[in-house]
Ligand binder design. Structure first.
Ligand code: PEP
Ligand code: MN
Length: 354
């Protein structure tokens, strides 16, 4: 399904990307107002705060609910920042709109649930509000696109996506693995859909926010949504990943925004080189497959099995080591050779069955 989109038209400064900043949760009126005033003082145009908080286990701080909405309204009236909050149910949508929330976002846990997404979409029919849809917790691009389609199907044209990373059982450097190839593929599939990056929920740690922001910019993402709190260490949720408005301003001021459009002949000629090399690679692969088929003939004549495990492991190990000597990640080389081997096996089976 084609999405029917209009530009998000969110405020930003020329030299900076679109930035939405604010605390994970709206905790108290004082925390909300102090953080908002500091952010507005740094030139921030959009304020985020969670009013309803989806928590993994019961007993944690689940948000103040409706009680916090007048605080957000006060932020808007006093600072002129636009206000944004997470909605997960039609009731949330109704309340957020009642308090003039300007931007709604859908959290990762909600995006993963098509029933919840459809209920949200139905509640947005006839409403004009920009909606940002976070990626689902699991790395499933179709589910993400499906959620966007549901919201768009309800008539919401000012639509954007938020890349917040994906859960995995194994905890590595990041709280949520970024799997950049997924938002990149989303951009390839829906080029006019703006994508914001959420370095706070990807990193899960303050010190990862700056490099993640830079990486998002280098990949041509349209903006950032970052958790910022007047006193991060004492935050009621996500304390480890929040930064003060001061630090956020410093991080944003250090960002290098590169051009996404190609300039001059240099890039064109480099791309031509790449095209030629890709042609050579495919030629070489075809030659390799012809030899594979000859090996298939030999195996057929001598009644041998197609897959010779020892030979296969030897190829993977040797090629991996070779790649690493040439500055290529051995895992990447192994993956490539796994695919090549798979096709080789298919070709040999084809020969043997003839
Ligand atoms: C949040 O933005 O505070 C939040 C709960 O995010 P996510 O849905 O990405 O976990
Ligand atoms: Mn959070």
């Amino acid at each position: 399904m084609e999405l029917d989109l209009q530009p998000l038209c969110l405020p930003s400064d020329n030299e900076r990307p679109i930035v939405i900043a604010g605390p994970c949760s709206a905790e108290t009126e004082e925390q909300v107002m102090t953080t908002a005033r500091q952010l507005a003082g740094k030139g921030c145009h959009m304020f985020r705060a969670g009013v309803w908080k989806p928590r993994t286990k019961p007993g944690g701080f689940e948000g103040n609910g409706e009680k916090a909405l007048p605080w957000l309204k006060q932020v808007k009236d006093e600072t002129s920042m636009l206000i944004a909050t997470e909605v997960a149910t039609p009731e949330h949508v109704e309340l957020a709109l009642k308090y003039d929330v300007d931007i709604l976002w859908v959290g990762a846990r909600t995006t993963a649930n098509p029933f919840a997404m459809q209920a949200l979409a139905d509640s947005l029919k006839g409403v004009e509000v920009p909606v940002l849809v976070k990626n689902p917790v699991n790395p499933d691009l179709e589910l993400w696109i499906g959620a966007l389609e549901r919201i768009n199907g309800a008539g919401i044209k000012r639509l954007g996506a938020i890349h917040r990373g994906f859960s995995s059982y194994e905890k590595k450097l990041y709280r949520n693995s970024p799997m950049w190839q997924i938002p990149i593929e989303l951009h390839r599939r829906i080029p006019n859909l703006p994508i914001l990056n959420d370095p706070s929920h990807i990193g899960g740690r303050r010190d990862l926010i700056a490099p993640l922001c830079q990486q998002a910019m280098d990949l041509g993402m349209d903006g950032l949504i970052v958790e910022s709190h007047c006193s991060p260490e004492s935050a009621w949720s996500d304390a480890k990943q929040q930064v003060t408005p001061d630090i956020l301003d410093y991080i944003l001021s250090m960002l290098v925004i590169r051009d996404t459009v190609a300039h001059g002949d240099t890039l064109a000629s480099l791309r031509k080189n790449i095209d030629e090399l890709d042609n050579d690679l495919i030629d070489l692969l075809a030659k390799r497959m012809r030899i594979s088929r000859q090996i298939g003939e030999y195996k057929k004549e001598h009644d041998m099995t197609v897959v010779q495990t020892k030979r296969y492991s030897e190829i993977l190990d040797k090629r991996g080591a070779q790649g690493s000597l040439m500055g290529i990640d051995p895992e990447c080389i192994k993956n490539i050779f796994e695919h090549i081997h798979e096709e080789s096996v298919r070709q040999q089976i084809d020969v043997i069955n003839k």
